[in-house]
Design a protein around this ligand. Structure first.
Ligand code: UD1
Ligand code: MG
Length: 447
């Protein structure tokens, strides 16, 4: 049976080592904030209630947490991890079930791992701690075990040399029933080197109540904490390496994996091909047989089967390229739906637009979508031919199969099947250039 679940996300720390005016946990890894990674993790474990503990100085974290739909608990001043969890008690007052404590600066704990932690409680263990064996145990809390049972966690600063030799460490993730957690926290004191209320003390306290405690282990890469810009960069590299491997494994061709950059939600089908130096911001999906040529930047874009993008294309949010479409070099799109087989091959900006099927958008076509105050829409029908260097002044509709002469500034709707020419008529003056050149050459020779 699965007991109801809750999560408490600790985010009240000061994060001075980040040297940032923004709170540490709002810095991005893989295209979203660390806080958002952890909120998602809690949600994926089926947590009905998620409480984020913030300090008074973290107004930005509070706002972001609210936006993510988390409940807020204030911890002021910050007297340690045990005190932080206790501050969430009010927010969890109506809740009875199991709870896990997560850190907002530890973004990569996997869904599977957290599930194992909660399952361990479901299976009857009273306290479960996520442990790991770091290369450098340093200042991590040490897990003391006896015959498969966890008996205590000792913080490195309070540990004897003998305890410091233990390689099994506390990741920070600790889970128990709300009842046990808060009953133990009532009894946690601050008689230790840091003078803080340690969450880790609940293990010994609950063992004294004849409760059981166990360790579940994870790889160090999952419990990587971010404290500095260097850590942030390390986390980003780890994320990108993981994504590259996952993409290659599922059958996506990456021409130069080290130069392909993903976001947390990048979705690419097998048999798509990605060239060198391509960056995927959040919200990109790519269907099979699509090719993203080198040096493209995509964000919030849906790419259909067999589409060809780039090189050097920038597809912004709201772009939908249907099957068999093309967006070539130096093409920018935004909020643009491009119908099957339509082509925008060169040097264009297509924004706030809907293009039908089989249309051809000539080189240098610009949708003039903004009047300085409002955005307006451009609609282009199936099979339309937009001549090169066209300015489409929105709102404007180009009918099916219409033909726009090159260099037009199109301000009026064009009916289906019509030709629109919107430029001044050409005037040829016979012999003018010859007369001009002769006169100018003479003047120059006299100087
Ligand atoms: C903690 C653990 C340690 C573990 C390590 C893993 C305790 C006592 N120690 O140590 O066993 O190995 O994490 O990284 O729990 N926070 C608050 N309010 C506070 C204090 C901290 O919200 O009053 C938050 C911090 O923002 C951070 C997290 O809790 O997200 C951990 O705090 P930190 O001070 O880094 O704990 P460590 O000393 O690293
Ligand atoms: Mg820490």
């Amino acid at each position: 049976m699965t007991t109801p679940r809750a999560a408490v996300i600790l985010a009240a720390g000061k994060s001075t080592r980040m040297k940032s005016s923004r709170s540490k946990v709002l810095h991005h890894v893989g295209g979203r904030s660390m806080l958002s990674w952890v909120a998602d993790l809690a949600r994926s474990a089926g947590a009905d209630k998620i409480v984020c503990v913030v300090g008074e100085g973290n107004a930005d974290v509070r706002a972001a947490a609210e936006e993510l739909g988390l409940e807020i608990a204030l911890q002021e001043p910050q007297l340690g991890t045990g005190h932080a969890v206790k501050c969430a008690q009010g927010a969890l007052s109506g809740f009875k079930g199991n709870m896990a404590v997560l850190y907002a600066d530890t973004p990569f704990v996997s869904h599977k791992t957290l599930e194992r932690v909660f399952k361990s409680l479901d299976n009857g263990t009273d306290v479960t701690v996520l442990g790991f064996e770091p290369e450098e145990p340093g200042f991590y809390g040490r897990l003391i075990t006896e015959g498969g049972e966890l008996t205590a966690i000792v913080e490195a600063r309070d540990a004897s040399n003998e305890i410091l030799d233990i390689g099994l460490c506390n990741s920070g993730v600790i889970a128990a029933s709300t009842q046990d957690m808060f009953s133990a926290l009532e009894r946690v004191g601050n008689d230790n080197v840091k003078g803080e209320y340690y969450l880790t003390d609940i293990v010994e306290i609950l063992r004294g109540d004849d409760k059981t405690a166990r360790v579940i282990t994870a790889d160090e890469s999952e419990v990587l904490g971010v404290n500095s810009r260097l850590d942030l960069a390390t986390a980003e590299v780890a994320f990108q390496m993981g994504m590259r491997q996952a993409m290659l494994t599922k059958g996506v061709t990456l021409r130069d994996p080290d130069t392909t950059y993903f976001s947390w939600d990048t979705a690419i089908s097998a048999d798509a091909e990605i060239g060198a130096n391509v960056v995927f911001g959040p919200g990109v999906s790519i269907a099979k047989d699509a090719v993203i040529h080198p040096f493209c930047h995509l964000e919030g874009a849906k790419i259909g089967e067999g589409a060809q993008i780039g090189p050097f294309a920038r597809l912004r949010p709201g772009t939908e390229m249907a099957a068999g479409t093309k967006a070539g070099n130096f093409v920018e799109t935004k909020k643009a739906k491009i119908g099957k087989g339509s082509k925008i091959n060169h040097l264009s900006y297509i924004g706030d637009a809907e293009v039908g099927e089989g249309a051809n958008i000539g080189a240098g076509t610009i949708t003039c979508n903004y009047d300085g105050y409002f955005k307006h829409k451009t609609e282009i029908g199936d099979g339309a031919f937009v001549g090169t260097n066209s300015s489409l002044v929105a709102p404007v509709k180009i009918g099916k199969g219409a033909y726009l002469g090159s260099g037009g500034v199109i301000t009026k709707d064009v009916p289906e099947g019509a030709l629109a020419v919107a430029r001044s008529e050409q005037v040829n003056k016979e012999g003018w250039a010859d007369r001009y050149n002769t006169a100018q050459k003479k003047r120059k020779a006299k100087k």
